[in-house]
Design a protein around this ligand. Structure first.
Ligand code: PMP
Length: 359
């Protein structure tokens, strides 16, 4: 038999990160926006596509897009770095600041891709557990900090538990990591649903904020998960490090153009956020009348645990009714939990009716 190249041994035990992509009527499993992007944006992007000189490489520093994002957030373009989805931003952060001999601290349960990408890049993962309310206890912070990690990760609002981190938590971690210059990374994939943003700390120049990295995406509130665009807001030295590890011309011309144009539709995006927030309120209230435990959410999803019947059974029975939610019950610290993304009103009705039947 021919020999076959061995996978890196530290990767051999890892599993990929997947959410089942099955054909259903109501897809509430991946926290996307239930609304398509504005029709006018789509038409303008289609027309502008004709004028892109596809025979030339794109603007390597994505100047126009970064200017537009800087304007949107009230920061300078030198503080922005863009990539193909925020997952790629995270991967590049690990390439630049993680790697063998370095650690990342994180508080579980949280977005599982943080630890996954860390491992792919050979970064040592130092996990600490959240408490029963999914808050971060002092012992968990101490456990992470004693290793002096190069990176500390937060996710605000936290996926999949839902609550936003407090300003004090972020400021506290910036202070606690000062002596060894640790980066504090706040993944704000769902930031527009939250009551505050860590980007404020950079604008206000709070102590340590030069080591704060805030990661954002176009995949959720901007209704552009299919486009793959994300970015970070951070000190220009972080941006320079990202430029160093990114592949040349990693961000194509079409995407730069489409992303820049999207930023002209902030009002539409905010309206969609408001609609989803009010639907979230309705779903939370309706779940309150059912036999489930649910956790407070500042995002476009709700984590809940059915009582008296297993999460696996509820997940399967929802699927039989063509409603797909995320089954988190095998994830550490989330036994018995399911996560439902807030959809359009008709989709949420389907989910709630199915839940009433099942429970
Ligand atoms: N961060 C968090 C917390 C997420 O939930 C997601 C999407 N599941 C991402 C980052 C990745 O988003 P994208 O790569 O689509 O920008």
């Amino acid at each position: 038999m021919d020999s076959w190249p061995n996978l890196r041994p530290d990767l051999a035990a890892l599993e990929g990160y997947h959410s089942p992509q099955v054909e259903v009527d109501v897809r509430l499993n991946t926290n996307e926006s239930p609304y398509p992007p504005p029709a006018e944006w789509l038409e303008r992007v289609a027309r502008a596509t004709l004028d892109i000189g596809f025979h030339r490489y794109p603007d390597r520093s994505a100047t126009t897009l970064r200017d537009a994002l800087a304007h949107h957030h009230g920061v300078s373009a030198g503080e922005i770095f863009c990539a193909n989805g925020s997952n790629e931003v995270l991967q590049l952060l690990f390439l630049a600041f993680g790697g063998p001999g370095r650690s990342v601290g994180l508080f579980e349960p949280t977005y599982t891709l943080h630890a996954h990408i860390a491992r792919l890049t050979g970064t040592n993962v130092v996990p600490a557990q959240r408490d029963g309310t999914f808050a971060i206890p002092e012992e968990a912070k101490a456990k992470v900090l004693e290793r002096q990690p190069a990176l500390v990760f937060l996710c605000s609002p936290n996926n999949p538990t839902g609550a936003a981190e407090s300003r004090q938590t972020v400021e506290g971690l910036l202070a606690a990591t000062a002596s060894w210059g640790g980066l504090v990374v706040v993944d704000e994939a769902y930031g527009q649903f939250a009551p505050w943003s860590a980007i404020d700390l950079r604008r206000e120049d709070v102590p340590g904020s030069e080591r704060l990295v805030v990661v954002r995406t176009f995949s959720k509130t901007w209704s552009m998960a299919g486009l793959r665009l994300g970015y970070l807001v951070a000190d220009p030295r972080v941006v320079a490090a990202m430029d160093l590890v990114a592949l040349p011309y990693h961000l194509d011309a079409w995407k730069q153009q489409a992303g820049t144009m999207a930023l002209e539709y902030v009002d539409d995006m905010n309206q969609a956020v408001e609609r989803i927030r009010s639907e979230r309120q309705r779903v939370v209230e309706a779940l309150g009348g059912l036999k489930v435990t649910q956790w407070p959410t500042d995002a476009n999803f709700v984590l809940f645990a059915p009582e008296g019947v297993s999460a696996d059974t509820v997940w399967e029975k929802l699927l039989l009714r063509s409603v797909l939610v995320r089954n988190c019950s095998s994830w550490p610290g989330l036994e018995g939990c399911l996560r439902v993304t807030i959809g359009r009103p008709d989709e949420n009705d389907r989910f709630l009716e199915a839940m009433k039947e099942i429970l």
